[in-house]
Design a binder for this molecule. Structure first.
Ligand SMILES: Nc1nc2c([nH]c(=O)n2[C@H]2C[C@H](O)[C@@H](COP(=O)(O)OP(=O)(O)OP(=O)(O)O)O2)c(=O)[nH]1
Ligand SMILES: [Mg+2]
Length: 328
């Protein structure tokens, strides 16, 4: 049985172990996982390859070294995916996780560890250490999250058709200007279209409506989020939430949502009165939670690089996603 050895007592001041790990992609979009040897901390569980930072090393340097030592590959292009802190009973860790887009060499378990290539949506079927839950979610989420909003059923349908044609892979149906009957009609139009196109669809609506409509999950407004103390829908349904401050993000983490959207990062046409957070505040708040967080507010698809450097999963947008959008 994994994790059954008695754990040494940990004082609140125990040092935080810095770890770098890689979510390595192949050309078909599969991800490499490895099994931790039984005798190690969190042994016999699957992991994303990586290990501890050596003194003086940056996380990016440690990642490249660990991937050479454990898998015999050279990481050529890596982007920050998610950073998080986790306290095990016997150890405190900070995991700096990178999405490795390109590498040379053929991965092999140089330390005798079994390795496997799996599709992102298969990851939940494997046993990982407890810290990995948000990492697995992040590995399954795209860079761009489009929000369909506006007035008028006909116009919204046209916008949706154009959005689907861009190749976007995750959409939130918001359409808060619609009457209930028109919203229901838009849902009936959107659900089969998204299913056919392989698009993950989240409804900004009551969780029961999302569950019964054939959508993939619910997107909670901040008000709905704050009224909950547990997830309203279990996996495989997705649960996301809109947040505007650090307390709401913390609440989203406690409730166990899959991911959050934090806004407004920049001034935006849809909320002209709202004070923009700016990237520094955004990065600070995101750093305090173990949750994938999209940046929203006055951003364009091309801002995704900056967003990721600031700790975001990617960017969400209402406008800007129809023009010049080309997901990888
Ligand atoms: N590599 C990796 N470590 C993880 C993951 N999730 C998780 O909680 N951890 C924890 C387990 C360990 O406490 C720590 C990583 O330490 P490690 O034992 O792999 O370190 P290392 O590769 O440098 O190994 P060693 O030199 O000590 O043999 O981070 C993960 O997905 N990948
Ligand atoms: Mg390791």
């Amino acid at each position: 049985m994994p994790n059954q050895r008695p754990a040494p007592a940990m004082t609140p001041t125990a040092p935080i172990l810095e770890v770098a790990a890689g979510v390595i992609h192949d050309r078909e979009g599969r991800i490499l996982i490895a099994k931790r040897p039984a005798h190690l901390h969190q042994g016999d569980l699957w992991e994303f390859p990586g290990g501890k930072l050596e003194p003086g090393e940056t996380a990016a340097e440690a990642l490249r070294r660990e991937l050479r030592e454990e898998l015999d590959i050279d990481a050529e292009a890596a982007m920050p995916l998610i950073d998080l802190r986790h306290d095990y009973p016997d150890r405190r860790v900070r995991l700096s996780v990178w999405r490795v887009e390109r590498f040379t060499g053929t991965p092999k378990g140089l330390q005798g560890q079994p390795i496997r290539w799996v599709r992102p949506d298969e990851l939940p079927h494997f046993d990982f250490p407890a810290a990995n839950r948000p990492i697995i979610t992040a590995a399954r989420l795209p860079d761009h999250y489009a929000i369909l909003d506006g007035d008028g059923l006909a116009g919204l349908k046209t916008r949706l058709d154009r959005l689907v044609a861009t190749g976007i892979s995750m959409i939130q149906l918001r359409a808060k200007g619609l009457e209930a009957r028109d919203f229901a009609a838009l849902v009936d139009y959107t659900v089969p279209l998204c299913r056919r196109s392989g698009i993950r669809l989240l409804l900004n609506a009551a969780p029961e409506l999302a569950r019964n409509s054939g959508a993939d999950g619910v997107h909670l407004t901040a008000a709905r989020l704050l009224a909950l103390d547990a997830r309203p829908l279990d996996a495989p349904f997705w649960v996301a939430a809109s947040c505007h401050n650090a307390a709401e993000l913390r609440h989203a983490e406690r409730v166990g949502v899959d991911f959050a959207v934090l806004s407004p990062v920049r001034p935006t046409a849809s909320h002209p009165g709202a004070e923009p957070l700016g990237w520094d505040v955004f990065a600070d708040w995101v750093d305090r939670v173990a949750l994938p967080v999209y940046a929203l507010g006055g951003l364009l698809p091309a801002d995704v690089g900056e967003a990721k450097r600031r700790g975001a999963q990617g960017i969400a947008g209402i406008r800007g996603f129809l023009e010049g959008f080309a997901p990888q």
